[in-house]
Design a protein around this ligand. Sequence first.
Ligand code: CDP
Length: 203
Amino acid sequence: MTDIFTIAIDGPAAAGKGTISKAIAARFGFAHLDTGLLYRAVGARVLAGADPIEAAKSLQAQDMERDDLRSAEVAQAASKVAVIAEVRAALVDFQRAFARRAGGAVLDGRDIGTVICPNAEVKLYVTASAEVRAGRRFKELTGKGEATSLETVLADVKARDARDMNRAEAPLKPAADAVVIDTSELSIEQALQIALTEISALK
Ligand code: CDP
């Protein structure tokens, strides 16, 4: 199918957006863009000494393939570069073009329904309590061999939430017309079912 159809999925760190987005994209045969990876790639380049605005303007596909992008250190660096208006501006065109590609697209991030794709056909806001999200991220990080504690991960999640929600530029919040899914007490399968029901109602 060649239809243009955009599904915007926003929410705070480790709420389950990535898993739900990938499953939805697979279900409908849509392309998927994890926009957090763009900010993580810029953050990783800044940790290596680059200027954040220059890094955002010159981002290459290979920057998204580094295998350290999922680390806690890069996550914090990403949320620091993400407050810079010029960094965000440099990434807008790529995200909008991706969203309107033929065949449908799922984008997950923080500002997809509010800023990048305010006219997206479907907008979901996936959230959960900070404690539940920290527990999930702790499992994920230690599963990959990163040495950390639950307390450290919870503090990191809360610091990133505060930075993402309180920044002047594109703060994290649900779009006025987003469907909010709280996954605190849901399994991934249950959360996905709710998301699919919402999408089917709008498709
Ligand atoms: O995977 P997780 O939910 O922990 O984070 P992510 O989606 O990879 O995003 C990393 C950081 O990038 C976030 O904490 C935000 O500061 C920033 N970000 C953003 O500002 N806007 C987006 N559309 C996506 C990510």
